[in-house]
Design a protein. Structure first.
Length: 311
């Protein structure tokens, strides 16, 4: 018999399953390099390998690395790993709202001239919404969060059934449906956002109380997330609330599309290794965190310009 968590994962996975093909224009067109380039590449690989040989020793100098996720906080002290798990309810409600993304992706395809999906896929999505609706009452989240999620799923189901009945959907229909659920989605976001923020703060303060002040002042905090979530990120907000905004980019970092512990540790190794090199060579600890040709770029850009996504 499936547990609530397994059924929930199965349901959300069904909502998000699609088949993706790499378009012809995105396939590699790189020509085979000349022999001299191969020799240079081999030498360069050797040089980089030697530079990275210090990774383990660099990491050993960091007494505490903290990873801030939406479902919990992890404290890594050398070989010891301690997890501060949050109540899963609000995280599950957040995942359930992926049904909104699935609706837009499905209907956008069905509205297009060269759809890769069919109305049979729409029937499958509708069935997934039924299954998802049955799970919401069992999720241990606030009543407001559950009610909001229920309202969103109900409206998605109504819109989906209407499209299936008519065997037709337009861009206007999609926009009307999404705008109609926007108040409920944002209310749920605010509800789970505050709860998650409070849990993050509590975990960070628990870690701070557990370690010595000398260890805490050297802490490195990493917030994993996707490429488009680095602006006004909740984990960054929680970490900077405890460590101070001045720690952003110095002790608090965002790991883009790196979620596993080992990958995050490699990311921290890279940061600290390059920081050490920068201090020795440039007497500027953060020089290697910029483009290697940044001095030329600064002639044409304002200093420290980054291509953040528009807000």
């Amino acid at each position: 018999m499936l547990t609530l968590k397994k059924r929930f994962i199965f349901c959300v996975s069904a909502l998000l399953m699609t088949s993706v093909q790499v378009p012809s224009w995105a396939q590699s067109t790189v020509t085979k390099p000349a022999a001299v380039s191969n020799k240079l590449a081999d030498l360069n690989t050797g040089f980089i390998t030697l530079y990275r040989a210090q990774n383990a020793s660099v990491l050993a100098q960091l007494p505490l690395i903290v990873i801030v996720n939406y479902d919990g906080v992890i404290a890594i002290e050398q070989t010891q790993r301690t997890q501060y798990a949050f109540s899963p309810g609000h995280y599950e409600i957040k995942a359930a709202l992926h049904a909104v993304l699935a609706y837009q992706g499905l209907m956008n395809e069905l509205a297009g001239p060269n759809a890769t999906l069919t109305w049979r896929d729409a029937e499958g999505y509708s069935s997934s919404l039924v299954a998802l609706m049955s799970l919401i009452p069992e999720i241990q989240a606030s009543a407001a969060a559950r009610q909001g999620a229920t309202a969103v799923i109900s409206k998605l189901q109504q819109a989906t059934r209407a499209a299936i009945t008519q065997q037709k959907v337009t861009s206007k229909d999609i926009a009307l449906t999404l705008s109609s659920i926007e108040p409920e989605v944002m209310a749920v976001n605010n509800e789970i956002g505050q709860s998650t923020f409070n849990a993050m703060i509590a975990a960070l303060k628990a870690i701070e109380e557990k370690v010595t002040p000398s260890i805490w002042e050297k802490v490195i905090v990493v917030v994993p997330g996707p490429a488009t979530a680095r602006v006004n990120n909740l984990g960054l907000a929680a970490a900077s609330s405890v460590l101070g905004k001045s720690a952003l980019g110095k002790q608090i970092f965002y790991s883009e599309a790196i979620y596993d512990d080992e990958g995050i540790l490699r990311y921290v190794q890279m940061l600290m290794r390059d920081k050490h090199f920068s201090t020795l060579m440039f007497d500027q600890p953060y020089r290697m965190w910029r483009d290697v040709l940044s001095e030329t770029a600064e002639k044409y850009l304002n200093e420290n310009t980054a291509a953040l996504l528009a807000r």
